[in-house]
Design a protein around this ligand. Structure first.
Ligand code: G3H
Ligand code: 13P
Ligand code: ZN
Length: 316
């Protein structure tokens, strides 16, 4: 069985200067698209499930889909991760459900409370060999089930490098999501995209060898914005993190890069295209199939951006 926690993945990613892709899964087609890309490219992968995904698809369906992916790909290290767990109870539930990694996102609380909540999750998860990602500083972008700061406030809530050692020592968390200017969704910047690499480096200097996580790392590629808009969508001024910045972070201490929006856009663009070009189409396999291929192509491309193509073997 290749269902693993993040320990070995992050150790190798840190050592060899790449990052593991953490892709959000919500249904069978998305999971299959991701898995066929990582299987072909022999890359380790983190499949992450948000509270929204649990609500949408139900945990038992998602679990069964991932079980098949794991069974059919024994050579690929696959981590099943809770994305943005917002309560200790949800994190504990996910540990009990067989997740190999959980995120406790308590960063909207005051520092001491963030430590207290995170430590409760770490104490529980570590008993079951489940790794824990925590967050310090606040990410931007507000989605249905994810609390974030407004896009205008992103730069005011960056991670404070002076807090990271105390946070790590008091919680024992296995990785840390840092706020360095990214935000969730397709509208990340109003003008030139900029990440706070100085913050990333300062955090890395305080915790040498320690894996950092970058959320909100979709690049919102122009090609897909244009396709969506061409086929009847409306995403004016959509903008993401340039891929060169993602590759740079992956070579630094960032060992996990979260990508959801780029998959959503690939899928949406393809479905819109099929509907526009074949208005008579009504067999879901004939639009979900191409959408699944589009997810595969997007993930395959991202694996190269992250530098994790061919790294499955060393992470097992
Ligand atoms: O970080 C948030 C992810 O994009 C998941 O979003 O809560 O809509 O599933 P969701
Ligand atoms: P994007 O919205 O940039 O894809 O970020 C996803 C994410 O951070 C999930 O936790
Ligand atoms: Zn996130």
């Amino acid at each position: 069985m290749a269902l693993v926690n993040t320990k070995k993945m992050f150790k190798m990613a840190y050592k060899n200067g790449y990052a593991i892709g953490a892709f959000n899964v919500n249904n069978m087609e998305i999971t299959q698209g991701i898995i066929s890309a990582v299987a072909e490219k022999k890359a380790p992968v983190i499949l992450q499930i948000s509270r929204g995904a649990r609500k949408y698809a139900s945990m038992s369906y998602l679990r069964a889909i991932i079980d098949v992916a794991v069974r059919e790909n024994p050579d690929i290290p696959i981590c099943m991760h809770l994305d943005h767990g917002d309560t200790v109870e949800l994190c504990k539930q996910c540990v009990d459900d067989g997740f190999t990694s959980v995120m406790i996102d308590a960063s909207h609380n005051p520092f001491a409370e963030n430590i207290k909540v995170t430590k409760q999750v770490v104490d529980y998860a570590h008993k079951y060999n489940v790794t824990v990602e925590a967050e310090l500083g606040q990410l931007g972008g507000i989605e249905e089930d994810v609390v974030g700061v407004s896009h205008d406030d992103v730069s005011k809530h960056l991670t404070d490098p002076d807090q990271v050692v105390e946070f790590y020592e008091k919680t024992g968390c296995d990785s840390l999501a840092v706020a360095c200017g990214t935000s969730h969704g397709a509208f990340k910047f109003k003008s030139e995209p900029k990440l706070a690499f100085d913050v990333l480096q300062a955090v890395a200097d305080k915790l040498p060898g320690y894996p950092l996580v970058m959320h909100g790392s979709s690049s919102v590629l122009k090609e897909f914005v244009d396709l969506i808009n061409k086929y009847g969508g409306k995403m004016p001024n959509a903008m993401g993190v340039p891929e060169a910045a993602i590759s740079k972070a992956a070579k630094m201490a960032v060992c996990k890069v979260n990508i959801d929006t780029d998959l959503r856009m690939a899928m949406t663009a393809k479905i819109r295209q099929v509907f526009a070009e074949k208005p008579s189409e009504f067999d879901p396999r004939n639009y979900l199939g191409p959408a699944r291929d589009a997810i595969k192509a997007m993930v395959s491309h991202k694996l190269d951006v992250l530098g994790c193509t061919g790294k499955a073997g060393e992470c097992l």
